[in-house]
Structures are given as C-alpha cells and as structure tokens.
Design a protein around this ligand. Structure first.
Ligand code: CA
Length: 234
C-alpha cells in the first residue's frame, strides 16, 4: 500500500484494558518510531494524560474506572486539547462517538488492522501536528499543498470549493483507509452539523468530477461502509 508522506515521532498514550490489544497497538506505534506509554484503565489513563504532554491518546471506550468518554470529557475540562483516537466496539452507535469527537479526533472500530491504526494515527498527526500547515500531501499523481491550498492531479491545477478541499484533504490524509460517512461528517462539516448524510454523497460526486475525470479513479465507494482514496480497488 502506498501511504502518504511519513510522519515525525509522536508521544502517544495508549489507554486500553485488553492487554493483547494494548500491546499490539503499542508495538505497532513503537515500530513507527513513536514513544508510547501504556495504561490499562480510565483512572490511570486520565492521570497520565494530564500529568505529561502527549501528542495523541489512543483511548478505548469500554474501560474499567472511567470509560473512554468520561476520560475525554475530564481531559477537555482540564483544558487539554490532545487529539484522541477512540477504539470502539462494533455496535457502538456512531452518533454517540460523534458527540465526543472534536475536530482533531477520530475513531477506529474493533476489530481493526494494525495497518488501519497506523494510517489513522498518521492522519491525526498530519491534521493536528506542527508540520501540518506546510507539508505537501501526495498520493499517486494527486498532490495537495496545505499552505496554499493548491491541489494538482497529474501536475494540472484543480480548483476546489472550500468544502471540496476539506473533503479531499480528509480522504488524502486517510489514503488507503476506508472512512465512513459519519467520520467524513465530523471532520469536514464539523460535529455541530445535523443535516443528512446525503450531503457526503453529493460532495463526493463533485470531487470525482474535478479530480477523477479523465484519470484513473482515486475516490472509491465501499458499499455499506464509506469511501476510500485508493489507486485501484482491491
Ligand atoms: Ca476495553
């Protein structure tokens, strides 16, 4: 898989009571060069998250002590804006998590692959990290320059509306990973948006017309689950 540009080392806190999942997540992130601290319940996780400065918290929802939502709520109350990647179980309503996720946050649904987790972490860093404002993001022959908001496909400039730009940016930082309509709504339209999910389909069609017309299509529909930016449908 072609991942977008590599990311710098992060300080990551993992809060997950299932030892095997905690270890898999920590090992995968250490392998990426990140510094990882592991905690196994909500109380210890919150204490650690407020004690030290982390770039990212990987936070399980179902935890002993405080659950993941409570940890996040208390963290925000303490003035910490550290991005959170929630680990949720299948069946957890997506709108519930949307209520807790703010602009920098995201979630993955268990069971997830290590690859998906690593890509999602990279995406959060690219959105929230210090380098996010200037780094060129590239996938295949598509490039996006955050500083100038310039988008090119095959070297040719593509003009996008602000919403189309944010949608493409979100798909691009998650390249290779399927994102649901609910995730797109949080990240592109914001957590206050309460309109229909159909707006996502509409804007995907606008985006396709502008970046995929006359090229190998990059925006793929995953029926029933969402969309993915990928050169070829696997
Ligand atoms: Ca758990």
């Amino acid at each position: 898989m072609r991942a977008p540009t590599s990311v710098a080392a992060l300080r990551v806190l993992v809060v997950e009571d299932e030892i095997s999942i905690n270890d898999v997540v920590a090992t995968a992130l250490r392998f990426q060069g990140h510094m990882v601290t592991q905690t196994h319940d909500g109380v210890a996780g919150l204490a650690e998250a407020t004690r030290a400065a982390y770039d990212l918290i990987v936070l399980d929802v179902m935890l002993p002590g405080y659950d993941g939502y409570e940890v996040c709520r208390r963290l925000r109350e303490a003035g910490r804006q550290t991005p959170v990647l929630f680990l949720t179980a299948k069946g957890e309503p997506e709108d519930r998590i949307r209520g807790f996720a703010t602009g920098g946050d995201d979630y993955v649904v268990k069971p997830f692959s290590v690859e998906e987790l690593v890509l999602r972490v990279g995406a959060i860093l690219r959105r929230s990290g210090p380098a996010a404002a200037s780094d060129l993001i590239a996938y295949d022959d598509l490039t996006l320059e955050p500083a100038s908001e310039e988008v090119r496909r095959g070297g040719r400039r593509v003009e996008l509306s602000p919403t189309e730009y944010r949608l493409l940016h979100y798909l691009l930082v998650n390249a290779g990973v399927v994102v649901s309509k609910a995730q797109i709504l949080i990240n592109v339209w914001g957590e206050d948006y309460d309109g229909s999910e159909n707006i996502v389909e509409l804007y995907i069609s606008y985006l396709r017309r502008k970046i995929d017309d006359g090229h190998q299509p990059l925006v793929q529909t995953k029926r029933g689950s969402g969309y993915v930016l990928r050169a070829q449908e696997a």
